[in-house]
Ligand binder design. Structure first.
Ligand SMILES: Cc1cc2nc3c(=O)[nH]c(=O)nc-3n(C[C@H](O)[C@H](O)[C@H](O)COP(=O)(O)OP(=O)(O)OC[C@H]3O[C@@H](n4cnc5c(N)ncnc54)[C@H](O)[C@@H]3O)c2cc1C
Length: 383
């Protein structure tokens, strides 16, 4: 816990010193706008020509009777002891990650999710594989069980979901995170915000107040991920200090659910590619027998690579497709029959497929092909 708290507690002295050495003044306290160019921090009034907002998000409130009994992710990560029975309300990144941690540490864990589809940003087949592994390991996953009420019992909590009762020593609100500007008084500065956050243009400038920039989770821009926030910060600093006017390229941002096994993606999902009307082919590889899967004692692993190609215009991927279709695939077929006839080694057979996958990925990266519109990969515990 000491190690963990080193990351989550107040900004370290060395960081503060670094700021001071760089000529940055640090003020501590809740900031709020007085007018478009003035912010109050505690009793200190600060005037600025340019303002950057990096306010983050807060857990979405659990608006069911007894919702106040559910703790948030911050509380969960700060517990010194693990309760025996934990119910997570909401089936999203945070509940999948925490569920696997708590289960591995010996807790009896249940995820209640309101709809049939969990982790809907990921392809259904891989999510089904993941939930299958988790259920086999003893984690209870209940889709179509929206949390309806939490009641405090003498010992623990009684949680009602879809009319069913679940008992727990701890209920965790894992229904997502939202921006919360109540303390910031955005109205005083006439800064426009929507449900997703502060409305910004491609340079991360507020659409209503161009001297105010919003970055990270509080901006209605990219995914809520730390590297996205970092990139937006770099771009904004470049714009303000050097007048570079660059924009953030959100394509091809990878993301992972750190479950056991982990699930990762980059590029478009199959559904997203279909919705765009892209012409693509999918290569699904069951990697359950790979050492990387066996190493962590998991029975399932898989990866998926889908290549999008266009034959109507000159496109390197069109060439790549032709190359794979007419050169690589026949070569694999030949090698496979050789493998089966001559050595009957499934390992060689798999390694050829893996080489073909690697070839596609390497080609795209080497050619700096924008993988959002061209290649999508999903990996469940893939190397
Ligand atoms: C449990 C959990 C796990 C996550 N795991 C990952 C992960 O594995 N990988 C990943 O990339 N991302 C992960 N994220 C998301 C990541 O933490 C965020 O995307 C990132 O921190 C966003 O940075 P930010 O600077 O926009 O906001 P934050 O890091 O949230 O910082 C905002 C800060 O502003 C302060 N603040 C808010 N209002 C005011 C005010 N009025 N005055 C003064 N200060 C104020 C807040 O107190 C906070 O300190 C995770 C998030 C959570 C909650």
């Amino acid at each position: 816990m000491t190690f963990k708290r080193a990351f989550t507690e107040a900004v370290s002295e060395s960081t503060e010193k670094g700021f001071a050495d760089a000529g940055i003044i640090s003020l501590h306290g809740d900031a709020r706008f007085i007018n478009p160019h003035e912010v109050l921090i505690g009793n200190e009034q600060v005037t600025a020509e340019t303002i950057i907002l990096a306010l983050g998000t807060v857990p979405a409130p659990l608006t069911i009777p007894g919702g106040e009994y559910a703790v948030d992710s911050e509380f969960f990560l700060d517990m010194d002891e693990l309760p025996e029975r934990i119910v997570f309300i909401g089936g999203w990144y945070i509940s999948f990650e925490f569920t696997c941690i708590a289960h591995t540490a010996g807790a009896d864990v249940t995820i209640l999710h309101r709809s049939q589809r969990l982790l809907k940003q990921f392809d259904k087949d891989l999510v089904t594989l993941l939930t299958g592994v988790m259920v086999e390991d003893g984690i209870k996953i209940q889709p179509e069980h929206p949390g309806e009420a939490i009641e405090k019992e003498e010992e623990g909590y009684r949680i009602t979901a879809d009319g069913e009762i679940f008992f727990a020593d701890l209920a965790v609100n894992a229904t997502g995170r939202i921006p919360d500007f109540t303390g910031m008084d955005l109205d005083q500065a006439a800064i426009t915000a929507g449900k997703r956050g502060i409305l910004v243009n491609e340079y991360m400038q507020s659409i209503s107040q161009p001297h105010v920039f919003a970055i990270g989770d509080c901006a209605a821009s990219g995914m809520q991920l730390a590297p996205v926030a970092d990139r937006e910060a770099e771009i904004v600093v470049g714009t303000i200090l050097n007048g570079t006017s660059q924009t953030v390229d959100y394509s091809g941002i990878p993301s992972s659910v750190f479950s056991l096994p982990p699930l990762s993606r980059v590029g478009l999902s199959e559904l997203e590619a279909e919705a765009k009307g892209l012409n693509f082919s999918v290569n699904f590889v069951d990697q359950s027998g790979y050492p990387s899967s066996k190493r962590i004692g998991k029975k399932k692993a898989a990866c998926k690579v889908s290549a999008y190609f266009s034959r109507s215009s000159f496109n390197p991927l069109g060439l790549l497709y032709t190359y794979i279709r007419y050169k690589v695939l026949p070569w694999i077929a030949e090698e496979e029959s050789f493998t089966r006839n001559e050595s009957d080694s499934p390992y060689i057979h798999k390694s050829i497929k893996r080489r073909a996958l690697a070839l596609v990925m390497r080609y795209c990266f080497d050619q700096s092909i924008n993988i959002t519109n061209t290649v999508l990969t999903f990996c469940l515990n893939s190397t």
